[in-house]
Design a protein around this ligand. Structure first.
Ligand code: PLP
Length: 396
């Protein structure tokens, strides 16, 4: 007879916390009923791309984000490419290595050279001091990232960009609904780019949104998403085919209506995670200024192996055995990925190395239940209790 150990981690013979896999994320979709009116319109008029729903989505987003222009594009990656290439930047772009690969890809596809700068090990955002130091010859722009939805140090970066007379953009893929003080993310620097892919807070299925207060930037992106011409087939620069379809815009519009509710739900769940895990030795959280609001696009814990008694990867394996889906975002960081092996590094990215080894994203999505969070935290506390046995088990 198989002996059950209900209070043990699944790896040590206990029953898994969940009977089927709890996903790390899931899109929180509006009901299909709410989309029917828009979809009927699309099929009745035959206008299936770049039409009135795209305009309505852009107008609604512009208002929510308090920004002069919001321009819908096919993805965050294409939006970043249009900003970088369309504005005729040359030379080097400073960006963090602790980010999703697309931040770097947009730089390379635009014919620019990525120069990685270190992050702050508490906020996980790019470190302004490291940026200032790297601002040398040939740097034409800074590309900041609001990591996991935590607003980047925008004021410091704006002041550096102004003094050095270089451009400043943000990859705001994670940050739809984030606030820096009382200001929504979206209006900072020369332009910001949101992603509307399925894992992000506002989703259009696929898509992106470029926001800016700058007339020239807006003009360039509008032309750029349509091959690079303003409607007269006389291309001003080699643009992309990066428009948004009406079907995507309809979903984006309805998803945007749920944004505030969803950001609040994630903040509540993140607080519950922190309360449940506070006091577990060796676990810390991303620091978010009390005056700011993160979207918690991802909820990541940072694990100090020496104190917890298990490494990040050992905890990840043990959680997977509990049917809890977790990911080591962002490991490997960009500068350790094969695609970036040929780019030289100015400095040792000490904090990026450290946090990419320590960070583990736990499941979080807007319609996740509190009960699931409590169960995940219980599984983690149990792992700490059984850390010595788990360490021996995983070594075997
Ligand atoms: C998702 C993501 C992107 C890419 O967004 P797409 O819309 O899929 O192009 C870019 N940067 C970051 C930080 C992301 O998380």
């Amino acid at each position: 007879m198989r002996i059950q150990h209900p209070d043990r981690p699944a790896l040590l013979g206990g029953r898994p916390t969940f009977t089927s896999k709890l996903p790390i994320t899931q899109p929180t979709l509006p009901s299909f009923r709410r989309l029917q009116k828009e979809y009927s319109e699309i099929f009745e008029t035959g206008q299936i791309t770049n039409g009135p729903l795209v305009r309505r989505f852009e107008e609604a987003a512009r208002k929510v984000l308090s920004v002069k222009y919001a321009i819908a594009v096919s993805s965050c990656t294409s939006g970043l490419m249009l900003l970088l290439r369309g504005l005729g930047l040359k030379g080097k772009v400073l960006l963090p290595s602790f980010t999703f690969c697309a931040t770097g890809h947009a730089v390379v596809w635009s014919g620019l050279e990525p120069v990685f700068v270190d992050v702050n090990s508490e906020t996980l955002n790019v470190d302004p001091i490291a940026v200032e130091k790297a601002c040398g010859l040939g740097v034409s722009a800074i590309l900041g990232v609001h990591v996991f939805g935590n607003p980047a140090p925008v004021e410091e970066l704006e002041s550096i960009a102004k003094r050095k007379k270089i451009k400043l953009f943000f990859d705001a893929a994670h940050a739809f609904g984030a606030r820096r003080g009382s200001r929504p993310v979206g209006g900072f620097g020369d332009g910001e780019v949101f992603s509307l892919s399925p894992t992000k807070l506002v989703t259009a299925g696929e898509g992106g949104l470029v926001t800016t207060n700058n007339d020239h930037v807006a003009e360039t992106v509008k032309m750029g998403r349509n091959y690079g011409h303003p409607g007269d087939y006389n291309c001003q620069f080699p643009g992309l085919s990066a428009r948004m379809s009406e079907m995507n815009a309809a979903l984006g519009l309805e998803s945007l209506r749920d944004l505030e509710k969803n950001v609040r739900a994630r903040n509540r769940l993140a607080l519950l995670y922190k309360n449940q895990l506070r006091g577990v030795p060796g676990i810390r959280f991303q620091r978010i200024l009390p005056s700011d609001r993160s979207t918690y696009k991802d909820f990541s814990i940072l694990i100090l192996e020496k104190t917890f008694g298990l490494s990040r990867d050992q905890i990840a394996s043990a959680l997977l055995a509990e049917n809890i889906d977790v990911r080591p975002y962002f490991d490997p960081p960009l500068h350790r990925q094969s695609a970036y092996a040929s780019f030289t590094r100015l400095s040792f990215l000490q904090n990026s190395e450290k946090v990419s080894r320590e960070a583990l994203s736990l499941p979080l999505y807007s319609h996740m239940t509190s009960r699931s969070v409590v169960q995940i935290c219980r599984a983690i506390r149990r792992m700490y209790f059984h850390r010595n046995a788990l360490r021996l088990n995983q070594r075997a």
